[in-house]
Design a binder for this molecule. Structure first.
Ligand code: ADP
Length: 367
């Protein structure tokens, strides 16, 4: 039996907005589930329905097989951490962390012991006497997490907890939260709009768009076999390139044709003449200055922008082949590798990794 299960959950706000249109997914005990998608797709609403802060207008929410839709938040054994942490400004760090136990009228020795245990786990023991305003953003974040873990809930719900932190701290806290969750073994549902957080933290990812699930799977599944162009473009940075073209068959092998570009695909279960979108991840390209003799599986164009990230470099080329008018390649930076001038002609060559095919009508993956 899954630990947490959502069955066809819906939310229609009284304003008439259809925020969540019937979503289903489940989490095993101790799993880290990330809900990811663009702003307004229904992530927070879903999380708030699990917490009981919003009433589901349809469907069932089950914890250990028991329907909890009608239980008030305090009886669901769930702890939530919000984006703004919601710490009590007039209470010390100790009192903030202790709060859930204090309102349960827990014995003073127990409270003291549990607060110190949580503080040690989060490396904030030295801050216990401070007030929230005397803390950095990262420290406040840890206090909010401390207040969640002290309740020993069945499920943690985190709503964009890292979005107020600077980039370096976000990377550090990402690893820290993931480690902490693993050590505690508590089931987690974590909301973010950041695809890097989703990929690095989730055991499973729920990709949401417009109140519906686009795909539910492991980061690897979602990255290597995106079910739709939406998922393909949302996960991965820079985003996947999409080229409009047509399939033909030759000696049992499919060939993708576009103006000035063709690529042999191997066996594909799609009719010759079918219009398709070919998806190529930027890291599947190598970048070169000289064409090969046939030049057919290469994309030639003018370099419009280079982004040096240190370990890798992104190259952008204006190209009418691509749906959005430009192609991107992301190549490992190698010492002494060739530098290209903006405006010079360069060539993208598919050198590794899989390509993807999608139906241009509905955006769905073609097997
Ligand atoms: P996300 O967390 O993915 O950004 P939300 O769950 O906050 O998205 O919102 C989903 C949709 O529901 C949006 O269109 C939003 O405008 C709408 N919405 C959210 N909260 C309310 C509310 N309290 N009343 C009416 N509509 C809401």
């Amino acid at each position: 039996m899954p630990h947490l299960e959502l069955k066809n959950i819906e939310k229609k706000y009284s304003s008439g907005s259809d925020a969540v249109k019937g979503i289903s997914f489940s989490a095993e005990q101790g799993e880290f589930i990330v809900l990811v998608g663009p702003s307004g797709c229904g992530k927070s609403t879903t999380l708030r329905m699990i917490a009981g802060l919003e009433e589901a207008t349809g469907g069932d929410i089950l914890i250990d097989g028991k329907r909890v839709n009608d239980l008030p938040p305090k009886d669901r054994n769930i702890a939530m951490v919000f984006q703004n942490y919601a710490l009590y400004p007039h209470l010390s760090v100790f009192e903030n962390i202790a709060f859930p136990l204090s309102i349960r009228k827990e014995r003073k020795e127990v409270v003291d012991q549990e607060v110190r245990k949580a503080a040690a786990l989060l490396s904030i023991t030295h801050l216990l006497d401070r007030k929230p305003k005397e803390l950095s953003g990262g420290e406040r974040q840890r206090v909010a997490v401390g207040r969640a873990i002290i309740r020993k809930p069945a499920v943690f719900l985190f709503d964009e907890p890292l979005s107020n932190l600077d980039a370096a701290l976000r990377t550090e806290m990402r690893a820290e939260l993931k480690n902490l969750q693993r050590r505690l073994g508590t089931t987690m549902v974590y909301v973010t709009h950041d695809q890097t957080e989703a990929m690095t933290m989730g055991d499973k990812i729920v990709v949401l768009s417009n109140g519906l699930i686009e795909q539910f799977g492991s980061p690897h599944e979602i990255y290597s076999k995106p079910k739709s162009t939406f998922v393909a473009r949302f996960l991965g940075s820079p985003a996947m390139n999409l080229i409009r073209g047509e399939l033909s068959q030759s000696n049992g092998r499919a060939i993708f044709f576009a103006p000035s570009f063709e690529l042999e695909l191997g066996s594909v279960a799609a009719d010759a003449g079918k219009q398709v979108l070919l998806g190529i991840r930027p890291e599947a390209f190598s970048v070169t200055g000289s064409a090969n003799p046939t030049g057919k599986s290469e994309i030639r164009g003018l370099l419009s922008l280079t982004e040096r990230l240190g370990s890798a470099t992104n190259y952008y080329m204006e190209s009418s082949l691509s749906l959005d008018g430009r192609m991107t390649a992301s190549a490992q930076s190698v010492m002494g590798s060739e530098e290209y001038e903006i405006g010079s002609e360069i060539i993208f060559r598919i050198s590794h990794g899989d390509v993807h095919l999608f139906d241009p009508e509905n955006g769905l993956r073609i097997a």
